[in-house]
Design a protein around this ligand. Structure first.
Ligand code: NAD
Ligand code: TYD
Length: 337
């Protein structure tokens, strides 16, 4: 089986490549990644010599680069992880890059997959397309899509384009919508690695608003096994919700991290809220369980422990990623907040 993985140098894509090479001896993977600020080939150093793995630097929003890669390989499936992925950047640093990568990039991949007759296209989407929940209930696949920030809106746009390619042209498309991931190689602009990095340096931990916003956390390896199940057995034209069944307020996550790092709660600093901040996400993953037999392997406590241990053991990775450009990003995002 030969797979095109886009965005494979990012957080989830790199974990997926490790997972697939580790569990499928006969798989071949071509990783197409533009290496934006979030793409890091260090995440794939351990597999760079594996004959089953090839890296191609390329931009999914450049038609010529997409055509070139589809002309050079005959893929059995495309898995589109490539995206601009950080909500705060989409709110404060301009949404145009999100429209380009997430919407235009997805359409160019869909077109190429159709022209070349690729048998399966898996679009990696997010629970954020559903918008925000009240105090009760969970998102199901039939919940109306109602995104509240530019990142979520572009991911919703990509989902609609993927479904349109299926309905209009018969392309075999499957969409996964997952809740918040955490684990190794996550870029430290996202909640969990940002808080670990700050706590280790005894810097304030910036919690938005009252800290009672709820996210449903899933350990990244469980997301990878879910995508594998959808790739192999998902029904064409369907959406699959993936979740951890661990909906907890941000403050709980931050306090748990401080405890496991032996740092004081006095490091917590409440800062100005994110505009349009979704109050609560929770996923109903019944379809994944009943149809595909998938369930998460790790509890939140186990996953968080593995994550903290990984960041402690990979201090150099974290220090390198947090230096340079990240420092000026952090300054711009949090100054005066
Ligand atoms: P990430 O920001 O860590 O990685 C994104 C990767 O895509 C980077 O390697 C980057 O270089 C690459 N990329 C960006 N634009 C590109 C382009 N135009 N062409 C080629 N490569 C490009 O993101 P992530 O957290 O790993 O998320 C991966 C996917 O999973 C995204 O589609 C995201 O929407 C989705 N998702 C993420 C989460 C989460 O909690 N992180 C949850 C659900 C779904
Ligand atoms: P994030 O990791 O950015 O993921 P998403 O916005 O996709 O859910 O944020 C997770 C939650 O943590 C979200 O409710 C915003 C909050 N948050 C903070 O309170 N402080 C921070 O510095 C960051 C980055 C996020």
């Amino acid at each position: 089986m030969k797979l095109l993985v886009t965005g494979g140098a990012g957080f989830i894509g790199s974990n997926f490549i490790h997972y697939m090479l580790g569990t499928h001896p006969d798989v071949q993977i071509v990783n197409m990644d533009a290496l934006t600020y979030a793409g890091n080939l260090e995440n794939l150093a351990a597999v760079s010599g594996d004959a089953r793995y090839t890296f191609v630097k390329g931009d999914i929003a450049e038609a010529a680069e997409v055509d070139e890669i589809f002309a050079a390989h005959s893929f059995d499936a495309v898995l589109n992880f490539a995206a601009e992925s950080h909500v705060d950047r989409s709110l404060h640093h301009g949404a145009a890059a999100f429209i380009r990568a997430n919407v235009l990039g997805t359409q160019l991949l869909l077109d190429a997959a159709r022209e070349r007759g690729v048998p399966r296209f898996v679009q990696i989407s997010t629970d954020e397309v559903y918008g925000s929940l009240g105090p009760e209930g969970a998102f199901s696949e039939s919940t109306p899509v109602a995104p509240n920030n530019p990142y979520a809106a572009t991911k919703a746009g990509a989902d609609f384009l993927a479904l349109a390619a299926h309905r209009s042209h018969g392309l075999d498309v499957v969409i996964t919508r997952c809740s918040n991931n955490y684990g190794p190689y996550q870029f430290p602009e996202k909640l969990i690695p940002l808080m670990i990095g700050n706590a280790l340096e005894d810097k304030p931990l910036p919690v938005y608003g009252d800290g009672l916003h709820v996210r449903d956390w899933l350990y990244v390896e469980d997301h990878c096994s879910a995508i594998d199940a959808v790739l192999q057995r998902g029904r064409t034209g369907e959406v699959y919700n993936i979740g951890g069944m661990n909906d907890v307020p941000n403050l709980h996550v931050v306090k748990t991290l401080l405890q496991s790092l032996g740092k004081p709660e006095s490091l917590i600093q409440f800062v100005k809220d994110r505009p349009g901040h979704d109050r609560r996400y929770a996923m109903d993953a019944t379809r994944m369980r009943d149809e595909l037999g998938w369930s998460p392997r790790y509890t939140f406590e186990e996953g968080l422990k593995r994550t903290v241990d990984w960041y402690l053991a990979n201090g150099e990775w974290l220090a390198r990623v947090r230096s340079g450009v990240y420092e000026s990003y952090y300054e711009r995002m949090y100054a005066g907040r």
